[in-house]
Design a protein around this ligand. Sequence first.
Ligand SMILES: [Zn+2]
Length: 254
Amino acid sequence: MKVYFLGTGTSQGIPVIGSHHSVCLSSDFKDKRLRVSVWIHWEGYSFVIDCGPDFRQQMLTSNCHDLDGILFTHEHADHTAGLDDIRPYNFKKGPLPIFADKRVITSLKRRFDYIFETENRYPGAPSVIVNEIENDKPFAIGNKTAVPILVWHGDLQVFGFRVDDFAYLTDVKTIDAHEIEKLNGVKVLVVNALREEPHATHFNLQEALDFIALIQPERAYLTHISHLMGFHEEVAKKLPKNVFLAYDNLEITI
Ligand SMILES: [Zn+2]
């Protein structure tokens, strides 16, 4: 299985519009971060986790020409705002399966009402097949199983996902002990780390490193990064040797 980091930035992306912060002005391509998302693909199957405002650009840059579905972690705009841009996949293959918690589906229906309209649909409107997912109910994606992992983004429930020995958790601040058990034996863990300073709804760097030390994967990658984290090159040097700062367009093999 390949995991392609489509975006590794926090909600505003890096550079932040109008910012004169040195990281926003950096010429290192690793300091340019679109909104957070990954593309996972294997043996002709292709899924993305989240579909933020940079979705179109990410699909073009990664050459992701086929998509079998979108898994949503939660409804925040940096994870969902690109949903209108699934149309090229619809024109090719028909309605696109989406997998999300009931609350997230309700939110998508409100914000993208025209996508879910059943009567008098605009002919070119995006179309989806809704798959409501629940915690403790693993579900099929292609010939593999995705295990939802419930985490807390402040007081908002968010889903992370485990597929085989790979797990992707973003927008985590806390996680209950019985959910941590679902990560037993995971070899590659992706987890959010916003910046060094604490934040109310995201792991900071130390919290992410402590969590990784608890899970003990072979390798871990940090994502959902703010410009306040600092320069990629400098932060990368400070990390334990099995922990990497992810960057946009990095592709890893699981
Ligand atoms: Zn987010």
